[in-house]
Each structure stands twice: as C-alpha cells, then as structure tokens.
Design a protein around this ligand. Sequence first.
Ligand code: GLN
Length: 193
Amino acid sequence: MKIGVLALQGDFIEHIRMLEGLDVQGAEVRLPDDMEGLDGLIIPGGESTTIGKLAASYHLIDPIRRLAATKPIWGTCAGAIFLAKTIQVRQALLGLMDITVKPNAFGRQVDSFEINLDVPALKILGNGQSYPFHAIFIRAPLIVSVNGDVEVLTTLPDGRIVAARQRNLLVTSFHPELTGDDRFHRYFLGLGR
Ligand code: GLN
C-alpha cells in the first residue's frame, strides 16, 4: 500500500511516521504527479486557509477529487475543514464530504485541550480490548452537522461531533498522528481494503 500525505503545510511528517510504523509507504504529495498510484490520501492538520490556497495554486484540487471517487481520504483538523462541503467562513474547499464545519470552534491556541473519547468503530482494533482514544484538539474545528449517509464516529461528552465517516471519507477534528495510538490510522487503511 502507498498512502499519500498532502505535504504543503502542517504536520504531514507525523502522519508519515505513523504509516511507516504500520509498514505502509507514506508519500509526500506536493504536485499532481505525486498523486500517481496512491491507495489513499491523508490531509494533515495545519492551517486550512494556507493548505487550500496552496492546493489550488499547485493544481491539486481536481486530482484529489478524482482520487476520492475510488480511494479513502482522511482529513485531520485543518484537513477536515478542507474536505467539507460547507464551512462557516469563506475559503477554498475540496467540497467532498456532506458535513458542515466550523473552524476554530473552541477558541484560540490557549483553548486547545486533550480528552479521552469513546470511539465504538475502533473497538475491533484494540487487540481484543476496548479502550478510549486520547484525542488532542489544537485550535480545532467542530463538525456542526452531518448530512446524507455520513456516520458519526464520536462526539464530545456534550454531544458535539468531532469525528465522522462518509463511505471512504474520514474526518477527525483532533490529531491521532500526535499520539502513540495507531488505531485511527489502521481504521483508515481498512477503508481502502
Ligand atoms: N485552526 C486551523 C484551521 O482553521 C486548524 C488547526 C489544526 O489543524 N490544528 O485551519
């Protein structure tokens, strides 16, 4: 398997390390040619306005949309904003997933936080055990609403949605690549098998 990681800006190296830990090749994607032969794509956290602008100027929007027709795509944090069909501010979007996202929904950098979340979809990946996922939120977006066949994967204790899946598309408001827990990466790889 060869999984691309959009490497325009943000924490793409951390995703590549997680993939390598699972014996999967992680390929940095900066230009349309880098999209050749990918089995999936991860869009990292960072700054969604910057990632959107760079992706547009490097002509990556259409190749990513074409990949989404057949392969899994996962957006973490800024990547989740970029994947959304609707966001509550104006900026470049892939517009692929039937979710509405609110960027910076939890306030400023000082309002970043960590919390353990129950993610039922990860249960079979816990080596026979079920345990919460330690989720790191850094100026995170909120998934305000989901439409169509989008499945909610987990919420905060107050019910606000922070991870969702629509067929081969996955979004997390938080950063599994910053933990030692590879269950979300394995779950994502499973979407392509
Ligand atoms: N606040 C950033 C944005 O709106 C996302 C932050 C992150 O990816 N950690 O793009």
